[in-house]
Design a protein around this ligand. Structure first.
Ligand SMILES: NC(=O)c1ccc[n+]([C@@H]2O[C@H](COP(=O)([O-])OP(=O)(O)OC[C@H]3O[C@@H](n4cnc5c(N)ncnc54)[C@H](OP(=O)(O)O)[C@@H]3O)[C@@H](O)[C@H]2O)c1
Length: 214
């Protein structure tokens, strides 16, 4: 079971849809159970037969074999702190980018721990933290028949957890998973999202990344 904390936003719903299309079972978490259930309903409408349910974030974390955290950076510290026990021992995938918008541009914020993924590890030390999916456009994920032709860079200090998440990423058609080294490197991929969002504003597009030369 894949549980998504903050799963009602575009990124959480988009990933949930793609995982469901690949046959995975998904639980969409929210601060309000009814919003989680409504998001699950929306996924079932797009993907009939999808094995998806929704409810509170705590339930998503409790039920998950693999948990994703997809809240805005501004809510990350509190959301993770509250779920420390439920996330203990689990593979936890952080998709959060530390972003702010001012003066007409997106900026990457400085995270005291080095990256949001490292912040998660500091708040939930028993979690098997993996950073991934930062550069995948929610707008593309949410359209079931749109090809998501991009790389997903995956960072973790836990080899087995990283492998599991690379396999999960590849269940999204046309996605390639790329090993991005240890959790310390998560900051590079998190900060890259500010660049992509600024490019999107200039070109009115949905930029994603592909690594060449490997
Ligand atoms: N959008 C993209 O294309 C994209 C791509 C890659 C990565 N990301 C990253 O993925 C994360 C989610 O992106 P998104 O666009 O889906 O974000 P979002 O819609 O702003 O937030 C996702 C969900 O988080 C919950 N939430 C909002 N504020 C919160 C708070 N203060 N504390 C706890 N939960 C809160 C809300 O759910 P409830 O109200 O139901 O609790 C909301 O639906 C972000 O960190 C973003 O950097 C986004």
């Amino acid at each position: 079971m894949i549980g998504i904390v903050g799963g009602t936003g575009p990124e959480g719903r988009g990933l949930a849809l793609r995982f469901c299309l690949a046959g995975e079972e998904v639980f969409i978490g929210s601060r309000a159970a009814e919003r989680g259930r409504a998001a699950a309903e929306e996924i079932r409408a797009k993907a009939p037969g999808a094995r998806v349910d929704g409810g509170e974030n705590r339930e998503a974390a409790r039920l998950a074999d693999i948990a994703l955290v997809a809240v805005p950076y501004q809510g990350h510290r509190e959301a993770v702190s509250e779920l420390r026990q439920e996330l203990s021992g689990k593979v936890v995938v952080d998709v959060v980018a530390p972003l702010a918008f001012s003066s007409g541009r997106f900026h990457a914020l400085t995270v005291p721990e080095g990256s949001v993924a490292q912040q998660l590890k500091a708040l939930a030390p028993e979690a098997r933290v993996v950073a991934a999916f930062h550069t995948v456009s929610a707008a593309d994920l949410l359209v079931p028949d749109r090809t998501v032709d991009c790389d997903v860079v995956v960072c973790s200090d836990d080899r087995e957890a990283k492998q599991q998440v690379m396999t999960l990423a590849k269940c999204i058609k046309s996605v390639r998973a790329v090993d991005g080294s240890g959790l310390e490197c998560a900051r590079y991929i998190e900060d890259l999202t500010a660049l992509l969002l600024n490019i999107n504003r200039i070109y009115k597009g949905r930029s994603m990344i592909k690594i060449v030369g490997i």
